[in-house]
Design a protein around this ligand. Structure first.
Ligand SMILES: C[S@@+](CC[C@H](N)C(=O)[O-])C[C@H]1O[C@@H](n2cnc3c(N)ncnc32)[C@H](O)[C@@H]1O
Length: 224
């Protein structure tokens, strides 16, 4: 469990959340069982013996859940601030008794600053909130300072995966990545950004976009 002091500082967004059903409330109350203390990952040296994957904003957890189920030798950690999504992921974990998938409830912006460097093999940001209006661009998760922070948390040779079906978000991300020398974009040909990695299963959110003719883009960056 994270210390209560850190915890108080990292759960910041509650206002827009829809209310939970009684079942979801009950599932959410089990969060303690699946929570992980991110600050102690390095202390336990788990990152040296295991591959650790970190998903920011997992929504209902479809992607991280399927990957964790498929690769029991790795550790998967998802962070989300909406309790509904957390309850949905807990339900999946409980149904299959998965042991390699952990959850963190909080705001990734704040959490990242508190966890040790060079800990993750991959960080995933799949279909982040696009904040399409130019005047809202400061609310996008990807900012110049965030790219530097993400770079610090990834192990040498590790990757950052960002996908979106919002062309502006993709262009915004690439332009910020190119401003600094933190990541190489793994893109030799269009199929590199048209397709996700192996083992990847789309989320409901992503499928909804495809139905509305929004093409998904899958950016893969290698830490320099
Ligand atoms: C558009 S949804 C996409 C969900 C999922 N990645 C998918 O592909 O279906 C974005 C999610 O990111 C979460 N999110 C946005 N900013 C976050 C932050 N700073 N920390 C944690 N979660 C965040 C939101 O609560 C929301 O569930």
């Amino acid at each position: 469990m994270p210390s209560s002091k850190i915890k108080k500082n990292i759960i910041t967004v509650r206002g827009r959340e829809r209310s939970l059903t009684p079942k979801q409330r009950s599932l959410f109350s089990n969060l303690d069982k699946y929570e992980i203390d991110l600050t102690s990952l390095k202390k336990d040296n788990i990152h040296k013996s295991k591959k650790i994957f970190f998903e920011i904003g997992f929504g209902s957890g479809d992607i991280i859940y399927k990957q964790a189920k498929l690769n029991p030798e790795n550790i998967y950690i998802g962070i989300e601030y909406y309790r509904k999504g957390i309850a949905q992921l807990i339900e999946k974990i409980e149904t299959t008794k998965l042991e390699n998938l952990k959850i963190f409830h909080g705001d990734a912006r704040r959490v990242l600053a508190n966890i040790p460097d060079e800990i993750f093999d991959e960080i995933w940001l799949f279909f982040p909130d696009p904040w399409p209006k130019k005047r809202h661009s400061k609310r996008r998760f990807i900012q110049l300072e965030m790219i530097e922070l993400l770079h610090r948390k990834i192990k040498q040779g590790g990757k950052l995966l960002i996908s979106s079906d919002d062309k502006n978000y993709i262009a915004w991300t690439l332009s910020l990545i190119f401003m600094r020398n933190f990541f190489n974009w793994l893109s030799d040909e269009p199929s590199d950004w048209k397709h996700p990695n192996n083992d990847y299963f789309g989320s409901k959110y992503e499928k909804k976009g495809i139905k509305s003719d929004r093409e998904p883009y899958f950016l893969k960056f290698l830490k320099i």
